[in-house]
Design a protein around this ligand. Structure first.
Ligand SMILES: [Zn+2]
Length: 491
C-alpha cells in the first residue's frame, strides 16, 4: 500500500496526496477525525480514517464549554487552511504544517459532544441536524416544540454526520439510503447514561440526522410528577397494584403513554415486588429490576413468539409496548386471564374507545369484560412557567369552549417569557388524564355489547373526569394556557 493518502472532510473537496506521517500529525492534533474518509493513492476505495493502520486518532477530549464563536472560527480556519494546501499542489512533500495553525482544532468529536450535552441540559427530546443550501441548521425539540439552536458552516456537515453515523453503528459509506441506529451517551454533570435513537435521511442538500434522547422524558416524569389529579392518581396507583387483569393506555403518538407505563412499572416495583418483564420497541429506558426485551414489531412472528415465550418464564407483570393486532391483543388477554397483570397501550382517541377497539380487533366482549381493569386516556400539554405567566380573565366564548360557561371571568394565565424558561413561557410538560375503571356495571354493559357512546354516558353517570374536564381544571388552576389546550384539541 502506498504511503501517500488523500482525504476528504465532507466539504466536497479531496485533499492530498499527503504522506502517512502528515496524517499522523493531523490526527494527533485533532484536525483529522476518525470519521473522515481517506484513500490510499493507489486505491480508488475510500475508507474511514479510523481503519488506517498506523494512524492514531484522538477520539476523546470533549471540550464542552467552548463558545459558539470559537468553535465556528476554528472550523472555518481549518477549512481555509485545507483550501490553501490543496491549491499548492504536490503538498505531499510540503514543509508546512499549516493545518496545525489552529490552536483550537475543529474537533468534530467535541462538537458532537457539545450538541448532545446542550440537548440534554435543555431537556430536549430530539436534536435535528438539517443541511440547507449553504448552512447546517441545528434544532432542538423541547416540550414538543422545535426551536433553532444554531447554524453551522456547511463544511462541518460531512464530518458531523460521519461521526454520528459511527456512533450510531450505521454504514458510513452509505449515503443514499435512510439508516437507523442507536447509541448510549453519558451526559450531564453526573454523566448519566442516555439512550439515543438516530435516524439518517438523504436530502437534496445532503444527509440529515435526527437524534432522539429516549430516557429524558420518562426520567423526568415519575408517577408523582405526571400531573394526575389526586383522584386519578389514587385510581391509577390502585390498579398498578392488582394481581391480574389489563391496564391499557391510549392517546396519539407523543402523548406520553410510555412515560406513564414506565412510571407505573416503577411504582409497581416499589410497592409490590415481583417479576416484571417487558416487550418493547425500542427499550426506551432501563428500569432497574425489570427484564426488558426489545423486539421489532415489524417482525410480527418474532414479536408474538417472544410474547409467548415470555409468558412461559413466569412473570407477575408484563408490559407490552403496544397492542397492534389481534395476535398481540389475544396474548395480552390470555396472560391477563392466567394470573398476570398486563400493562400496554393502544391507539384510540378516548378511554372508552379502548373497549370498542379491542372488540374490533377480534377479542370477545366477555373476554374484554373479564380482563380489562382500567383504561387511561392521555395527552401531554406544556406547563406554564410560573415565574412569568400573565393573568387575564377567561372570556364567555372561551368558557363555553371548555364546557364550563360559569367559569367566565375566572383568572387564567397566558405565557410570558423570562430567563428561567428561555423566553418560551413554558417549562416542562404535564399530562391530561381520563381514568375509566371497568366496574361491575360497565363489565355487564360490555358483555351485552354496547357502543362507545353508551360507555361514555355510563362514565359520566359515575362522575368520571374526562380529558376535557381535566383540561379545564388545569387551565383554571393556572397550570397551562387556553392556547396550549387548543393545540392538543381536547375540545
Ligand atoms: Zn418564564
Amino acid at each position: 500500500m502506498s504511503d501517500q493518502w488523500f482525504f476528504e472532510i465532507g466539504d466536497g473537496n479531496t485533499y492530498g496526496p499527503y504522506p502517512l506521517e502528515k496524517l499522523q500529525k493531523w490526527a494527533a492534533s485533532g484536525n483529522l477525525m476518525p470519521t473522515h474518509r481517506v484513500r490510499s493513492a493507489d486505491s480508488e476505495e475510500w475508507i474511514i480514517a479510523a481503519y488506517v493502520p498506523g494512524l492514531e486518532l484522538t477520539t476523546t477530549a470533549p471540550e464542552l464549554h467552548r463558545s459558539k464563536e470559537q468553535e465556528t472560527k476554528s472550523i472555518a480556519s481549518f477549512v481555509r487552511g485545507l483550501g490553501k494546501k490543496s491549491k499548492s499542489k504536490g503538498g505531499a512533500a510540503g514543509d508546512n504544517d499549516s493545518l496545525q495553525v489552529s490552536s483550537e482544532p475543529p474537533d468534530i468529536v467535541s462538537l458532537c459532544d457539545e450538541l448532545l450535552e446542550i440537548s440534554f441540559r435543555r431537556g430536549a427530546s430530539d436534536l435535528h441536524i438539517d443541511p440547507e443550501k449553504s448552512v447546517v441548521l441545528v434544532q432542538l425539540r423541547v416540550d414538543g416544540i422545535l426551536e433553532p439552536l444554531r447554524k453551522l458552516p456547511k463544511s462541518v456537515l460531512g464530518p458531523l454526520i460521519g461521526r454520528l453515523k459511527v456512533l450510531s453503528g450505521m454504514d458510513i459509506a452509505e449515503r443514499r439510503l435512510p439508516q437507523d441506529g442507536r447509541f448510549v451517551a453519558e451526559l450531564g454533570a453526573d454523566r448519566r447514561k442516555i439512550h439515543i435513537r438516530s435516524a439518517c435521511l438523504p436530502t437534496t442538500h445532503g444527509e440529515r440526522i435526527t437524534l432522539r434522547l429516549l430516557a429524558l422524558e420518562t426520567e423526568q416524569l415519575t408517577l408523582n410528577r405526571l400531573g394526575m389529579s389526586e383522584s386519578a392518581m389514587k385510581t391509577f396507583a390502585q390498579h398498578t397494584g392488582q394481581k391480574q387483569g389489563m391496564v391499557l393506555l391510549t392517546g396519539p403518538t407523543g402523548s406520553g403513554k410510555s412515560t406513564t407505563l414506565y412510571a407505573a412499572l416503577r411504582h409497581r416495583l416499589a410497592h409490590h415486588p415481583g417479576r416484571i418483564i417487558t416487550v418493547e420497541d425500542p427499550v426506551e429506558f432501563d428500569v432497574v429490576g425489570v427484564a426488558q426485551a426489545e423486539i421489532d414489531p415489524g417482525d410480527k412472528l418474532s414479536f408474538n413468539s417472544a410474547l409467548r415465550s415470555i409468558l412461559r418464564s413466569d412473570p407477575d407483570v408484563i408490559m407490552i409496548g403496544e397492542i397492534r393486532d389481534f395476535d398481540s391483543a389475544d396474548i395480552a388477554v390470555k396472560a391477563a386471564l392466567t394470573g398476570h397483570l398486563v400493562f400496554s397501550s393502544l391507539h384510540t382517541n378516548s378511554a372508552s374507545g379502548v373497549i370498542t377497539r379491542l372488540v374490533d380487533m377480534g377479542i370477545k366482549p366477555y373476554q374484554v369484560a373479564a380482563t380489562l381493569r382500567l383504561c387511561v386516556a392521555q395527552r401531554l400539554i406544556r406547563q406554564l412557567c410560573t415565574e412569568c405567566r400573565r393573568p387575564r380573565k377567561l372570556s364567555h366564548a372561551e368558557a363555553k369552549v371548555i364546557g364550563q360557561p360559569n367559569a367566565a371571568g375566572s383568572t387564567v394565565y397566558e405565557p410570558g417569557g423570562c430567563k428561567k424558561c428561555n423566553g418560551r413561557g413554558y417549562r416542562g410538560r404535564i399530562g391530561l388524564f381520563e381514568m375509566l375503571p371497568i366496574d361491575e356495571g360497565l363489565a355487564r354493559q360490555i358483555v351485552e355489547g354496547c357502543d362507545e357512546g353508551a360507555i361514555s354516558r355510563y362514565a359520566r353517570s359515575k362522575g368520571i373526569l374526562t380529558l376535557q374536564d381535566d383540561a379545564a381544571l388545569k387551565l383554571l388552576a393556572g397550570a397551562t394556557s387556553f392556547s396550549e389546550l387548543v393545540t392538543v384539541s381536547v375540545w
